[in-house]
Write a protein that binds this ligand. Sequence first.
Ligand SMILES: *Cc1c(COP(=O)(O)O)cnc(C)c1O
Length: 214
Amino acid sequence: MEVKDFINEEKNDITLVAVSKTKPIEEIKKKYKEGIINFGENRVNELVEKFNHLPKDINWHMIGHLQTNKVKKIIPFINLIHSVDSLKLINKIENESKRLNKKTNILLQVHIAEEKSKYGFESKEIKDFFSNKLYESYKNINIIGLMGMATFTNNKNQIKNEFNKLKLLFDKIKPISNQKFKILSMGMSGDYKIAIEEGSNMVRIGSLIFGERD
Ligand SMILES: *Cc1c(COP(=O)(O)O)cnc(C)c1O
């Protein structure tokens, strides 16, 4: 499957998020006109700036590490936050959403890579969170799935194993979660084919769509 094959969401059950970080507004507009509706950014200020200057029917995804003091800037318009990686952040999103009387969609980021630098919950923390039904105490958040990033490596087998681990976790959580739990966000330009084989239903693709970043 090529990137163009899953731009049309009606024909597919895999959602493409075009990662537009560092790319100018004009280039995003071009892709929007070609039919892309979901865009992902990893920095709050850049995301807010782009939201302000682009059509309002775009779905914006926050995919980068989010600091609690910046949460309130994106709550008014964000469609999905993929990178929720701590209880502190969940609580902050809950409080800001409550203040605006809205429900915010989030994914919990799971640490699956071997690199220590990448953010995310450990699998065990995710299992505890759901088996203790902690999600029920959040009235202004929809936890609609999980997100993960594989190790940056050429070893395809390792990437496959890491994505597989996340899919197994996802399958374990789904029956003990709420009805809305359905998104598994995994796969980037270099590894999205493996991610889809392993059960991803949301891919975050930047350089394959926009070209390499500087
Ligand atoms: C930058 C980024 C991507 C997209 O990376 P590409 O390799 O350009 O496809 C996907 N997910 C996250 C979290 C990112 O930061």
